[in-house]
Design a protein around this ligand. Structure first.
Ligand SMILES: [Zn+2]
Length: 72
């Protein structure tokens, strides 16, 4: 009986560690990769220069001609 309780405690501790590891791994992926894949390709209406911006911005400034482009 005593061995069973010890085994259960060890089992739950291991499970908790696995869950912490998985959630930490997911958080790290969330933190590290959004900027790599979450970009929007914008073509400037004035000079046709193509550049990338964050999809959360509404207006973007063209790095070539410095005109403001609205994201559709
Ligand atoms: Zn431009």
């Amino acid at each position: 009986m005593r061995i069973d309780i010890c085994f259960l405690i060890a089992f739950f501790v291991c499970m908790e560690l696995v869950f912490i590891g998985i959630s930490t791994y997911r958080e790290n992926r969330k933190v590290m990769f959004p900027y790599k894949f979450n970009v929007k390709v914008i073509k400037c209406e004035i000079c046709s220069y193509v550049y990338v911006v964050s999809p959360h911005t509404v207006f973007s400034k063209c790095p070539m001609c410095l005109s403001i482009n609205k994201l559709s």
